[in-house]
Design a protein around this ligand. Structure first.
Ligand code: PLP
Length: 396
């Protein structure tokens, strides 16, 4: 297979920020830009009806990956929009329906696409509560239990964290939320296809994920909204033509959605075995660094963790200096969304890392085109650069 992620001189190790499109995905998308361009809402002619069929086939593939009913899939532009739709949609429906519950519970390590809507909802009068996490990033279930009152409308907890990889105990969280009669929304962007979650058994009311984190194109995502919620408990953010069962007006991005469907199909057949390969590579990387560098730490839960992710603290070495010394490795400091500004990652701080340890932390995330050879080169370079920077620090 061609290797899109290493086509230039860079070794790409930032798959949690985004992934390249699988060439098989691109292949399936191409006709829908030109020959098969019709609007799926154009039911009056056969090209339009064909586009609608294609959309439904993609819907079945996306639903299939998470054992959902295709009717419950709302196509969006990505996980940011899916999270916004879940949070604002439930909040607005509650306001419109005279549902008096105002409490929303989330965690301190959520993606900004959850935290920012929650912040605005708090300003609008919702009672937003944050569950703390422990040193490994797992939410404090006892604290959650205490926060879950009859006033609770919605709980929003991610499946897996993009920075440290910690996978939350979703079965427990789902059960607790259901017992309290609240809706449960889960941002599963990092977990879908990578973590064998028993989706089918879990009554997760709302589930968000994104095409470009799973080798599909940017600009497509899904919110799985189970029927109970769709029956008037979730309001749309956009109104217009009534697409997506009136939950997301606007002409669907057919080529991107076709690609998203193809990406889901591939992940359904290859995801488990590639996850196994990632964890072997990732564990070898961590073992090697541990042997070479004294006083380093790996963040996140040691076991309940994404197989492809390593969050590394090299004490005494600032991560931005380390990355500057590794110009042809594509690594990241905090999550991609905050690394514009050099603020220590709020996720690492929520785990209880000291500020200087957070600043000495980088994230590596591997994926479909990470080869053991390329990754071996990267491991060696990280170890050498960290050793060199530590020696320089001692000399000063
Ligand atoms: C990437 C990511 C998002 C945002 O997804 P987009 O499709 O880029 O909007 C949300 N949540 C998590 C956990 C992510 O990793």
């Amino acid at each position: 297979m061609s290797s899109p992620a290493t086509s230039n001189e860079t070794i790409y190790l930032d798959y949690n920020a985004t992934t390249p499109c699988d060439p098989r995905v691109v292949e399936e998308m191409l006709p829908y830009f030109t020959a098969d361009f019709a609007n799926p809402s154009s039911g009056t002619h056969s090209p339009g009806r064909r586009a609608a069929d294609v959309l439904e086939r993609a819907r079945e593939r996306v639903a299939g990956l998470v054992s959902a009913n295709p009717r419950d899939v709302v196509f969006t532009s990505g996980a940011t929009e899916s999270n916004n739709l879940a949070l604002y949609g439930v909040a607005r429906a509650a306001l419109a329906n005279g549902d008096g519950r105002r409490r929303i519970i989330t965690s301190l390590t959520e993606h900004k696409a959850v935290l920012e809507p929650c912040r605005e909802l708090a300003q609008a009068g919702f009672d937003v509560q944050y569950v703390p996490v422990d040193r490994t990033g797992i939410v404090d279930l006892e604290a959650l239990e205490h926060l879950l009152t009859p006033e609770t409308l919605l709980v929003s907890i991610q499946a897996a964290n993009s920075e440290v990889g910690t996978v939350q105990p979703l079965a427990e969280i789902t059960e607790m939320t259901q017992e309290a009669g609240a809706f449960f929304h889960c941002d599963a962007t990092q977990a879908v296809g990578r973590v064998p979650l028993e989706w089918q058994r879990l009554p997760i009311d709302l589930l968000a994920f994104s095409s470009h984190k799973m080798y599909g194109p940017k600009g497509a995502g899904a919110l799985i909204a189970r029927r109970a919620i769709r029956q008037g408990r979730l309001n749309p953010l956009t109104r217009g033509g009534g697409q997506e069962a009136n939950l997301r007006a606007g002409t669907q991005n057919v080529p991107a959605i076709v690609g998203f469907g193809a990406a889901c199909h591939i992940l359904g057949t290859e995801g488990a075995s590639e996850a196994e390969r990632f964890s072997v590579l990732r564990d070898a990387f961590e073992t090697e660094l541990r042997q070479r560098l004294p006083d380093i730490a790996f963040n996140g839960h040691p076991i309940q963790r994404l197989p492809n992710t390593s969050s590394v603290t090299v004490r005494g070495v600032e991560a931005d200096a380390l990355l500057a010394n590794l110009p042809h490795l594509a690594l990241s400091l905090g999550s991609a969304c905050n690394s514009g500004a050099l603020e220590p990652s709020y996720v690492l701080l929520a785990l209880g890392l000291a500020r200087e340890d957070a600043e000495a932390t980088f994230r590596l995330s591997i994926g479909r085109w990470t080869t053991s050879q390329g990754f071996g080169v990267a491991t060696e370079e990280v170890a050498q650069a960290a050793t060199r920077l530590r020696q320089l620090a001692e000399v000063e």
